[in-house]
Design a binder for this molecule. Sequence first.
Ligand code: HSE
Length: 427
Amino acid sequence: MSSANNLTIGLFGFGVVGEGIYQILQQTPSLQASIRKICVKHPEKPRNAPASLFTTDAALLLNDPEINVIVELIDNADDAYSIVTTALKSGKAVVSANKKLIAHHLPELLQLQEQHNVPFLYEASVCGSIPVIRNLEEYYDNDLLRGICGIVNGSTNYILTKILAEGLPYSKALQQAQDQGFAESDPTLDVEGFDAVNKLTILLAHGYGIVANPDELLTRGITQIHAFDAGYAAEKGFQIKLTAQAKKLSNGDVAAFVLPQLVTDESQLFAVRNEYNGVVIESSFSDKQFLYGKGAGRFPTASAVLSDISALRYQYRYEYRKLKSEQRPNLTDDFYLRVFVSYAADGDVERNDFEFIEEAYLNDKRQFFIGVIRFSKLKEAQWLRKPQVSLLVCPNGIIESIELRQLKKRSLELAGVNSLAGAYLLN
Ligand code: HSE
């Protein structure tokens, strides 16, 4: 696309974000980007835009030689796949916010960009208004990036805030997240952590050059978090946040997962409330940096779409330098996690799966323990899938294999057992 060209947009979807970008473009004439046609599924719905703009015929946009940019903002990932791949194949630049599509089809989408020499931008797909993809892509060299730990789903953060800080029941908090347009059409994607793991997959590609299959990353959402856990967190002065994490271990491999986490007030994520997202990026020499902003909602998300449209003006495209690098790190399951586990009754959790248990408590309704478990074992554990079992990663819960023995020893000494063969040593 030449910089002299105006951007003539074919827009797919006129939902929360689609209407947002339409309104924003009306207010930014300097961008010289205009919407030529909008393809929607339900033409009968009343819309705040001239009726002549709308069609239900995707081909009208995809085959229009005047349209040089397709902006895809629908939520059905299968339909989005066909729109985006057709557009790329016909040499049109594409802007999308569809994290599910991108996470599940990354290798093919990378190939199409290369093959047809077209830009495909998707800043709005991760953390709404926060420019996290471009930062990871442009700024952090692979060697510099030690870790990414983020609240990347606005709906679950909104729900947790409403329940834990304001005492709202779960169903009401979820309803509010839906009413405000934060949640996916199928909110299971939010509350079970699938949206977050799709976003983590995109962060892994731009942060570390790792193409991961989101279905293979350990993922839990917020539905199993119990009032008992909230009581524990409140007593200790912790927040509970759903976090997506990727951490480079000392051997260069990368640990990654989406799990709810106990967060102390020393973490920048502690004060991230409601639909806000936050990402702590840890790098080798600058220590921690924190990106913060609205992660969902009409205008915050549309602002990231606008920024991508605007970047097309100066021929911006992702270079995927880390993906193309010879020294790409590998994902690993060879590390340990310190976790808080609460459950209803003896036998709900396989305690023998744990390397050691540091603390345990029970009352007549529920019990918990804090223990250290090998990540690969946790990933396979059937007990983790039980609805009555809740697991929260402890603060700084990632433990490297080389740290384990020392930690185990210290933990046993603290428990008054000075031998590695003590009563607390379960394995
Ligand atoms: N449902 C998503 C969220 C929308 O709540 O974060 C933004 O990606």
